[in-house]
Design a binder for this molecule. Structure first.
Ligand code: URA
Ligand code: SF4
Length: 201
């Protein structure tokens, strides 16, 4: 078993926070273990809780459409969430739940070593971006962390609630191939970008 298979198995049986008591199925990440691109959502919703798979409901349908827009096959990327169990009634995840679940994301990132991390929504953004700025300010922006390019995007569910965000997230997705190319191009550009990002905050 790979480390990712091991940790996904641990997620399926996890009892580390109260969400274990109300979930139906825990939702480990899924995708290619050779993925360069890692998408991190917020938490499973209704359909994910039923099926035990990430982004299979309406938000997942939109994610599939956005991936198609940039010619990326879902099977070639990796998709996970900040918390792996559905908060009851789709409430927002609580700080202690996020903390209890954070180790799984740390281990996934350590094992997968993605080149680009796309954060979907505020909770995922908060893991990589400094606090105090809104999604409106940060979406589409890139920061470099441990050799990975991290780019913030609106959550697909937010886009479904607010149609005016659709062209915004589409434009942000269209930047992904270029960010990936830059990340693959190596350390020199990353250092340059790190210097540039200092002027962002
Ligand atoms: N929304 C998320 O944040 N994650 C999912 O897996 C599904 C919907
Ligand atoms: Fe475990 Fe995370 Fe599920 Fe909480 S949300 S029970 S920490 S897998």
């Amino acid at each position: 078993m790979t480390e990712i298979e091991t940790l996904n198995g641990e997620v399926r049986g996890c009892q580390r926070c109260r969400l274990a008591q109300t979930r139906k199925l825990a939702v480990p990440g899924e995708g290619s273990e050779r993925a360069d691109l890692l998408f991190i959502g917020e938490a499973p919703g209704f359909w994910e809780n039923e099926q035990g798979r990430p982004f299979v409901g309406p938000a997942g349908q939109l994610l599939d459409e956005l991936l198609a827009l940039i010619g990326v096959k879902r099977a070639t990327v990796y998709i996970s969430n900040v918390v792996k169990c559905r908060p009851p009634g789709n409430r927002e995840p609580l700080p202690d739940e996020i903390a209890a679940c954070a180790g799984y994301l740390d281990r996934l990132i350590a094992a997968l070593k993605p080149k680009v991390v796309v954060t979907l929504g505020r909770y995922s953004m908060a893991r990589f971006f400094p606090p105090g700025k809104s999604m409106k300010e940060l979406h589409g922006k890139v920061v470099w962390r441990d050799g990975m390019a991290c780019v913030a995007m609106y959550h697909p569910a937010a886009v479904l609630r607010q149609a005016s965000l659709r062209p915004v997230i589409e434009a942000d997705f269209r930047t992904i191939p270029g960010i990936l190319a830059q990340a693959k191009a190596g350390a020199a550009q990353q250092e340059q970008a790190e210097a540039e990002q200092l002027s962002l905050f």
